[in-house]
Every structure is written in structure tokens, then in C-alpha cells.
Ligand binder design. Sequence first.
Ligand SMILES: [Ca+2]
Ligand SMILES: [Ca+2]
Ligand SMILES: [Ca+2]
Ligand SMILES: [Ca+2]
Length: 522
Amino acid sequence: MKFKGHLAKGLILWMSLLLFGGCGGGGGGGGTPPPSQNTPVDTSAPAISGFDFALQEGDFWEYEWDYEWSYHDAWSSSSAEYASRFRITLGVPIEVNGILFYEMILSGTAVAGDRKDFTPAGKYLAVTRNQIITLEADGVTQTVIFDAAAGAWPGSGFFTSFPSDTLFEATLSTISNDYINEAAYQVSESASSSNCQYFPGVGTICGGDYDETLKAREYYIAGLGPVGLYTYSGISDSEWSSSSQADIGLTASSLRGDTLPYLLEVEPNNQIDAATPILLPARIEGDGVSEAKFGGTTAVQVNVIAAAESEPNDSPSAPQAMDLPAGISGDVMAGDPNTSVEVQASPDGTPYTTTFEDWYEVTLGTGQTLNIQMRFPGTAADLDMYLFSLDASNNVTIHANSVDDNIGQNEFDEQMSRYLSAGTYYVAVDAWDTPTRAAYTLDISTGSSSIDVCDWFSFSLPAQARVTIAVTGGPGFVLADAAMSSVLANGGAQGTSINLPAGTYLIGIGQGGAYTLDVTSP
Ligand SMILES: [Ca+2]
Ligand SMILES: [Ca+2]
Ligand SMILES: [Ca+2]
Ligand SMILES: [Ca+2]
């Protein structure tokens, strides 16, 4: 009961902060055009030099960020951490009052769950008369976010919001975080001591006897514009404390001559009719983690990928990597090149050392049941198989095995099944009593015969072409025709190469972690 009572108190306090947030007239950005915009500016002598740089369509800034939040009291403790990156790319400009404003196209992730949103202010961006100005989607509302001409301007912010009723100055400082460490102009907000105080990222707090530490700093570099953010917010009284901290830093920009050989995914793309069009060749970096907020997943049936064994595959350091679900045709004989492993048929069984001639590697992006079946009919062989993983020191862990006496039982198959966490595993074949070469088929599949697609991409081929698709890091992909009438291929990191007629095609990525999608066509 104590636990619940204090939890409720914490919630009520946070809610009251939010409620009071409306009373103080804080909150930057906003509708009133800043006075400096109507003031003639002497562009020949700006207060800060280097901010009269040119923009053009295609310019980009890529930022990485992290955010952490925590709450503690005597009875409970909770925290959350987020980290990702996003990119601003300039699109087609529009002209407003003689100023060219470029559309800011956001890709990647600028939102920390439902806790924090770093999405830059405004929809369009201009640099003119030594000012960096954003324009809202209404095409009318302009906000100066950095005024190098005057050196001081009414509040506003790019990644956070500064109060519009406060005059801000840029001072030369240094931005230093995991992503950037350079001299930069700092625009910072500090709390005042009145009863009703505006705190960046929190709102206006009226009354109370809490200890508050609140900081927000944005950073700008000449010739480059906004390069990062630091915020810290800590609130506590004698019984509880809550804090949050965020860092953003620029990692690449066309204004520095950087090029990036990949695109960042743009959500939401969870519905087929919202598939992101891509041009080949394409490399896209994205993630598929808890996408309920983007529209969830669509289950798509997948096909077994038929593959021939490819020797040498004699050890876990040189295995044959397989996409799932895989149907492998191979063969084995005692005396083939192999790796010796000490194993146990059961946890309390007697250890024995045996040789494994064929090694197959599979990677699971999420926890799943792995089903493995090996058949070798028409032979007089006793094959066995083990399912292993390796730790950082290459020590073997046994997850499952199947070691029937096939000759004695006159049944020439083995099967094993195990629920496994995300990771890399090895299916190893042992020619236990196999003096004559024996052919086998090895089927490896996850518990389901479908993939839960959370990210859709589409591409078009003007003529027949051979297309290669691979997804590393995620649970795999499906390739389908635009009507989704048939799945043409599926796989993962090993990818697929397929001849396709002219037309439009869909690629769906399964939910289960960060991934890189490569689509190429020679
Ligand atoms: Ca995604
Ligand atoms: Ca073999
Ligand atoms: Ca056997
Ligand atoms: Ca998605």
C-alpha cells in the first residue's frame, strides 16, 4: 500500500506540473514573429560572423541522440533509456516574402518513446541576412532560431523550445558529447527564481518547495547551423527525485562535404499502401522494435529456401550461414574434415567427444522456437545432430540434440526443437556411424511459417533485371509483387538474387531489431 501511495503521489505531482504548465505563458516557438525580423539589419557587420551561408536542396544534417529518465523514492525506482539518430534533408524550396525556405524532410527517429520529442521546430528552413529562420507548415509563421546579425533574439529553439518572452544571446562555448566535441555558439536557458518559473522541457511550475535543477543548451556552428543540444532536468523533494538528460550531436552534414551511403527509414511504413518508395541501388538503415504505435505488423507467409550444402563447412568458425526457413541438401561421411567437440547426450549424461563434419549457422533476430529435422532415407547411416551456441571464448553451449540409434531402430531421421533467445546458433551434423557417404536433407525453420512485417518498401523496375536483396541485423524480409498475390522470395542476411520482370515490387522487413536493407541491381 505504501508503494502504491507514493507512486500515486509522484504521478499527481507530474500531472500538476503539466497542468500548471499552461499558466505561465512559457513555451517557445510560437506564433508571434520576432521583432528582429522587421528590423533593418546591417548584413555587412553581423554580431557573429559565419552565419550567412547558403543552403540548397539536398543539404543534410545527421544527428545522433540519447535520452535517459529516472525516478527514485524509498520504495521504488524506475528508469528508461533511449538512443537513435535522425537526419534533416532539405527538399524543394518555397519563396515567402523574398526568402527561400527549404522543406525539412525528417528521416530516422527523433522521438524517445512517448517521453521526448526532438523533432526540429518548423517545417521549412532558411538562412538569410545572418539569421536562421524556420517557417511553420502554414507557410506564414516565421521564427528566428539563431540571430547572428543582432547576436540576441527573443526565445525559440530548434530541438527544444525556449520561452518566447525572453531575450537570448549566443556565447562562444564548446559542445561536448558522445557525438561531437567542438567549439560552438551556445544558446542556453536557466531558471529564474520567481514563484512561477518556466523550465525548458518541463513547463511552468508555480509554487512548491522542490529542488529543481534545469538546463537547456542548443549549439550552433558557423557555416553549419544547429549542431546539438544538452538538457538536464532534475526535480526532487525529501522523499523522491526524478531526472532526465538528453544529448544530441551532429555526426555528418553535406555542409561539411560529408556524404552518407545510406538512407534512414521514415515511419510510419507499416501498411503496404504506405510503403516507402526506394531507388536502386539502395541501402536503408532502420529498426523494427515495438511498432504498435506505427500500425503494428502484418503476417506474411514465407517459403522454404532451398539450398545446397556448400563445403567447406567443417567448423563453427567457418560455417555455412543459412537464411530461414531453410531446406538444405547435403551429404556426409565419417572421416570428412571436422571439428571435435566434447558433448553430452543429456545434462546428466556421460560426456563424450565426437566429430562434427557439417556446420550450419542461423541467426535469430528475436526469441523464437527453432525446429530442425534431418532425414537420410535409403542409407545405412547413423547421423546425429546438435544445436550449439558459442560464447565469446568459443566455449560451446548445447541447446538441443538428436542422437537416435538409427540403424538399430531402422528409422533414418533426427529431429530437435528448442525455444531460443535472439542470437547466433549452429546446427552441427555428426557422421556418427557412417562409413559410406550418406545424403541428407536438413530443414531448419522457426516456430511460425510467417514473418511479422513492420516496415514496407517498394521499388520499380523499368525492365527485367536481376535484383539482390539482403537484410542484416533483423529477422529477415519478404519480397512480393505489388499486389501481394505471391511471395517471390524471403530470407535474411544471406539474401536472395532473383530475376524479376519489369514492374513494381514490395519488400517487407520483419519486426525484431535494427537492420540494414541492401537492394542492388547490376
Ligand atoms: Ca521500422
Ligand atoms: Ca558435408
Ligand atoms: Ca543418429
Ligand atoms: Ca514501420
